[in-house]
Design a protein around this ligand. Structure first.
Ligand code: NAI
Ligand code: HPV
Length: 536
């Protein structure tokens, strides 16, 4: 996908294992590690970077993205990406990727640690014992063996928590609308709805992302429905539980204990209502904080971001399809060809295009089409408006209601490999086709039903004229008189019969951009039906 020719520059804006910076350097990126900045400081700095590597302390807002004029990729060394405005990043053409597995064991272990800490009130017992007391009679815990654990969210972390809890001889029930019955059997958990979960669980642990659907999933009403004496662990995201309701229900002893690693606002205010509440314990978003997990996510995020910035490979992106670093070099010439063909139809037809068909044939039919389609769309839409790239082009195309079709032909054609783009407006249909010669050199091979063979490069003029003797001479003189030198000249007659006296198509490469006067003069030549200046 996007490949940059100069050395890519990456900013690491959150505390990250030093392996990340090492990998960036080894992969040929310049890297700065500047943590703890205010949003204003980040806005002032971000414009110079191609990549931004973060954890949860940097919030990437639209204001930051607006200032990030060179940014191509945001890499989250971790899982949750609720601190990144992904729709805005996509609209601005920035890839957002995370490391979906690197810290999952560590986070699951933290949830289990919190669960046991709640069951045996370890934090408070520790504090008071170290303060010189011997408060043995004040602490009566509960066993977890035989108790029911309710999982809200049974994805990667939830599944690990389930297996660890089963090791502790707990019965695990799970609420997750995307959990299939087969997967539930595989995990050894009973799938239940949320109402059932809160009624039955002795312990509840949350492992969902924070989304519009999950925000306040444990709201006051749900918390009130919980089994009296329930203990709740949240090592997922603040915002999943109503913190004030939690405080009230801890105070009334309806909830026996709550352990939060995450808060709705981080860091929480020093006078947060839950602080000091009996039965409440917390950690400062430490779920992912083990040496092992931090090395994992640092290595992975740096490799993934470097793959994208250096080779165009895309892994674990949340807003574009994946493209392996091995696939990227094979696709690169097709991406260049797709962009040029897209640009050609975009310049010829303008923004009235309402449907686009992209066909691949021969060697191209073996490839992943998504990046090629994205390249055609980017090439086409960039000819009408700025700041469009392969990341935001498919989204913008969808927003404008463009009908995009992909067709993969198994048939043998005239070319070893072929990419055909057909753009339709309300009144016209424009078809162009291109191939790669020698595996990588792009050629336009068909336009307006005419076989032709040219590169699309620099300043060009497209002319359709009645095929009659003397025309080429007159055209050459018109350009010569205007002091415009012709670099290349390609001529073809319209298919299918290519008969004399029909229309001819000319594509000329010029050494300079033709002025409007030159284009007018060509328009006035006898037999000219269409003239269009193009630039690539
Ligand atoms: N405290 C910490 O330091 C860490 C926190 N996390 C948090 O943990 C979350 C979960 O991580 P993973 O398990 O790796 O993600 P995952 O994507 O593998 O699993 C999330 C699960 O939530 C389920 N889900 C989605 N919407 C739901 C809903 N409305 N109700 C119930 N379930 C729903 C999904 O189906 C999925 O199975 C992350 O999104 C992140 O916010 C992750 C790592 C560290
Ligand atoms: O990976 C996640 O989702 C986490 O919440 C970990 O956050 P952190 O990288 O420790 O700031």
């Amino acid at each position: 996908m996007e490949q940059i020719m100069t050395k890519p520059k990456v900013l690491i804006s959150d505390k990250m294992d030093p392996n990340a910076a090492r990998i960036f350097e080894e992969r040929g990126c310049d890297v700065d590690v500047i943590t703890g900045e205010t949003p204003e400081q980040l806005i002032a700095r971000i414009g110079e970077y191609d990549g931004l590597a973060i954890r949860s302390s940097t919030t990437v807002t639209d204001e930051i993205l607006a200032a990030a004029t060179n940014l191509k990729v945001i890499g989250r060394a971790g899982i949750g990406v609720d601190n990144v405005d992904i729709p805005k990043a996509s609209a601005r053409g920035v890839v957002v990727m995370n490391t979906p597995f690197g810290n999952s064991i560590t986070t699951a272990e933290h949830a289990i640690a919190m669960l046991l800490a709640l069951a045996r009130q370890i934090p408070e017992a520790n504090t008071r014992t170290q303060a010189g007391e011997w408060p043995k009679k004040d602490f009566m815990g509960v066993e977890v063996t035989g108790k029911t654990l309710g999982l809200i969210g049974a994805g990667n972390i939830g599944a690990i928590v389930a297996s660890r809890a089963q090791g502790l001889r707990m019965k695990v029930i799970a609420y997750d609308p995307f959990l299939t019955p087969d997967r539930a059997v595989e995990l050894g958990v009973e799938k239940v709805d949320l109402g059932m979960l809160v009624q039955r669980a002795d312990f509840i642990t949350l492992h969902t992302p924070l989304t519009d659907e999950t925000r306040n999933i444990l709201n006051r009403e749900r918390l009130e429905q919980c089994k009296p004496g329930v203990r709740i662990v949240n090592c997922a995201r603040g915002g999943l539980i109503d913190e004030l309701a939690l405080k009230d229900l801890l105070d009334s002893d309806h909830i026996a204990g709550a352990a939060l690693d995450v808060f709705a606002k981080e860091p929480p205010a020093a006078d947060h209502p839950l602080f000091g509440t009996p039965g409440f314990i917390c950690t400062p978003h430490l779920g992912a904080s083990t040496t092992e997990a931090q090395v994992n996510v640092a290595l992975q995020v740096a490799e993934q971001m470097a793959d994208y910035l250096v080779d165009g490979g895309v892994t674990n992106a949340l807003n574009v399809p994946s493209l392996s670093a091995e696939e990227a070099p094979r696709l690169r010439p097709y991406i260049a060809l797709g962009e040029k063909l897209g640009s050609l139809v975009g310049q010829l037809e303008g923004p009235d295009v309402n449907s686009l068909t992209i066909e691949v044939e021969g060697a191209a039919a073996e490839l992943n089409m998504k990046p090629i389609t994205a390249a055609v769309l980017a090439g086409m839409m960039r000819s009408w408006s700025d700041s469009i790239n392969m990341v935001n082009a498919p989204i913008l195309a969808k927003e404008r209601g463009l009908d995009v079709r992909e067709v993969r032909h198994g048939r043998e054609g005239n070319y070893h490999t072929l990419l055909r783009v057909t753009a339709t407006t309300g009144t016209r249909k424009r078809e162009v086709a291109g191939s790669l010669f020698g595996g990588s050199e792009m050629r336009l091979v068909e336009i307006a039903g005419t076989r032709i063979e040219t590169d699309l490069d620099g300043h060009m003029i497209y002319v359709v004229n009645e095929d009659a003797p003397g025309f080429i001479g007159r055209l050459g003189s018109t350009l010569g008189e205007a002091g415009v030198n012709i670099g290349n000249f390609h001529l073809g007659r319209r298919l299918p019969d290519r008969h004399r006296g029909g229309d001819a198509v000319l594509l000329l490469t010029l050494d300079q951009r033709p002025t409007p006067e030159v284009l007018d003069a060509i328009c006035e030549l006898e037999g000219v039906k269409k003239v269009k200046a193009l630039s690539f």
